[in-house]
Ligand binder design. Structure first.
Ligand SMILES: *[C@@H]1O[C@H](CO)[C@@H](O)[C@H](O)[C@H]1NC(C)=O
Length: 286
């Protein structure tokens, strides 16, 4: 399936965000070493749009995620070359997905195996799709952990799939506390309040935010009346290794916080050198 640009999180426009002010920092540093990891997981995130079966690049797919009621899709599998067990979530392609993207009503989350602290609240538009697949994801990962006990865990996705990665990171860290975990949230908007983000930031693992130059989606919901908070380490790139920087804090003005964009912009459709939905399923095509 090919995904047209207008179908990915289309039609969302928010008021411009004031960019100046003492809360913003500018301390990004070059980090070309991060590119390969983020390019690879951008490919896997793209594959989640493409509907790959069998394999997605280096990942052998063992389960397709598909909840019809909430229109939640993705895949689970394993990579023998990376020795990782992979959870990849799809971004927005349908009206139901876009309704989730804008469903920012805060709810108190409850997920098996996760001990949320009191005060942590997340948006219903992410809680609803994730909670519909959470038990299936945990059970498939558990089965893969039994088969591949020396593999580490990873999760990824782009846009809505990136925001679902914020919660998959928490879900995996809490359910598999002894496992090394790396999650890469591409082009994600923040999904919860400060107490929620603090809980996300405390998890035992590595969470990266992988954002493209000129993409306004990471700047959604950070301002009043939402005041949602990101967590993880931001990396920012115009799609090449040489342009990749590691950002400082969640609102580094040399990264997405300073790009002057809010909502879905031209920069949203490509990420770390990958055109979302158009990259295919196999590295042999590249
Ligand atoms: C953190 O994760 C590592 C695996 O990466 C594990 O060895 C360690 O026990 C975990 N620490 C805690 C406090 O859960």
């Amino acid at each position: 399936m090919r995904v047209g640009q207008s179908t990915l999180l289309g039609g969302i426009a928010l008021a411009p965000l004031a960019m100046a002010g003492p809360l913003f920092h500018s301390r990004a540093t070059a980090d070309t070493g991060a590119y390969d990891e983020l390019h690879r997981t951008a490919q896997l995130s793209s594959a989640a749009y493409t509907g790959c079966t069998g394999t997605a690049f280096d990942v052998t797919i063992t389960k397709q995620i598909n909840d019809v009621a909430t229109d939640t899709q993705g895949f689970i599998g394993y990579s023998t070359s990376k020795k990782r067990i992979t959870v990849a979530m799809r971004g927005s392609t349908t009206a139901t997905d876009i309704a989730n993207d804008v469903d920012t009503t805060l709810v108190v989350p409850s997920l098996s195996g996760v001990n949320f602290p009191s005060g942590a609240k997340m948006m219903h538009g992410i809680y609803s799709p994730w909670s519909s697949v959470h038990d299936d994801v945990i059970s498939e990962v558990k089965s893969l952990v039994e088969q591949y006990p020396d593999y580490t865990l990873e999760s990824t996705g782009h846009s809505l799939g990136g925001s679902l990665t914020y919660i998959s990171y928490i879900a995996l860290a809490q359910n598999f506390p002894g496992k090394s975990l790396t999650s890469n949230a591409h082009a994600a908007y923040p999904i919860g309040n400060e107490a929620f983000a603090n809980f996300g930031a405390q998890q035992n693992g590595t969470l990266n935010r992988a954002n493209n130059n000129g993409d306004g989606v990471p700047n959604m919901y950070v301002m009043w009346p939402w005041d949602f908070v990101h967590y993880g380490t931001e990396y920012y790139s115009s799609g090449t290794e040489s342009s990749t920087v590691k950002c400082s804090g969640e609102r580094d003005t040399q990264c997405s916080a300073g790009n002057g964009q809010v909502g879905v912009t031209a920069g949203h459709f490509s990420n770390f050198g990958v055109s979302m939905g158009l990259a295919g399923c196999s590295s042999s095509l590249l």
